[in-house]
Ligand binder design. Sequence first.
Ligand code: SIN
Length: 535
Amino acid sequence: MTLSGVARVAFVGSRRIFASHLPSMQSYTPAFSRQGIVCQMSVGMKSVTDRLRDSGLLRTQGLIGGKWIDAYDGKTLEVHNPATGEVIANVSCMGGKETKDAISSAFDAFNSWSKLTAAERSKGLRKWYDLLMAHKEELGQLITLEQGKPLKEAVGEVDYGAKFIEFYAEEAKRVYGDIIPATLPDRRIFVLKQPVGVAGAITPWNFPLAMITRKVGPALACGCTVVLKPSEFTPLSALAAAELALQAGIPPGVVNVVMGNAPDIGDALLTSPQVRKITFTGSTAVGKKLMAGAAGTVKKVSLELGGNAPCIVFDDADLNVAVNGALAAKFRNSGQTCVCANRVLVQEGIYEKFADAFSKAVKNLKVGDGFGEGVVQGPLINKAALEKVETFVEDAVSKGAKVLLGGRRHSLGMTFYEPTVLSNVKSEMLVSREEVFGPVAPLLCFKTEEEAIHMANDTNAGLAAYIFTNNLQRTWRVSEALEYGLVGVNEGLISTEVAPFGGVKQSGLGREGSKYGMDEFLEIKYVCLGDMNRK
Ligand code: SIN
């Protein structure tokens, strides 16, 4: 399959066919290198940023108590386009002081927001969803500018992200409690669900919009208020989403945004007794630190951390389905998602055929600036990401892996890397042990189902796994045996707002999306009503 297929089915929740009337970007010229030969904004980028500015969506300050605010010391940080190195904008570089004020605003706003009826909160969220959808094209452009993913995929992310707000606008009305049969005749036992309080939400750069809505949606639906810290690499989409939340009538202080000095912001969130919940998506290393830091004030924590997803292709799989599924699972966002297939385990009987068909499909993936026509693979987020991919490939090759395709930096320069397929990969290689977070598909061979399960589970991670088979019994057997939070069967794209997303083992705690995502922002209170028979 061609990668248009990957883009076409980018999110299973919406089964979205990407809009064909996207603004024409053919005139866009990726002119720049961060190393700096050319030092002015390219015409294409300028017209995109102008349009965003005109629509009020290019925000560069933090949001505290409903006001757009500079860093108190006036510091700013540059946000770059990873495809060109151009500076898109300078945003406020905030720290502990601003975060403390954002927490106070969220704490004050909690009083009133949590007391609104569910229907009122639902209305605000629904309006926010409508505005996100009304600005889908601009938001998609913003995501492509700051994150690099191809425009169609970016617009798909807006759809995917907005759907969390729509879903939780509906779910807000379904926070049911319980009545438990009492143990004594004159008593009654009630269970209430109440919002946990102020939530600190820390989000990554790979989904600059969807990871925000996936956290803020359920938080607001439950009656919590939020201090959001988006990634310093991609704060612009978060700020645009926050602007639309204000326009939707979500009251000042309910959503606050601070970005800049990550350790200082993190410390302020972790040490404040007013923050009752930390929700984080990002690396396992940072997740562990946050978990330890949250212990000081015993906060509720949910963590969506790194994965090491196995994609298991059995002899009895349909070859086309397996190739298309593995392609989608591996190359979404150029391999930069926590659920991207990290190891492709292929049974010996189908190995050669699969390796051949898969490599041919990967060869068709067009690499380039996300605004370019037909591009399906954008740049990596930064130089560190590029170097990590290089190190992993070098390690594999030095230990006997064979490069079937790619295996080096792309001739486009910057942080572009060639879509790569490696064969003869072994479990002890770096590329099998850790998340590569790039466009590299390592193929490992196995003989039996037991061996595949053992190889798949032989990792500390446990986020997503994929299996390709036409055997129904095997589908159940293997799905149950895999120590993972999500399993895709004959499907490489399984993320949707209606299903629970989250990992086991060191891939995290808690679930996002679906009705289960609400529990992360709720406390359970037991109320015992005594002496019912008193006259
Ligand atoms: C992630 O990479 O953290 C999220 C991926 C998804 O929502 O599918």
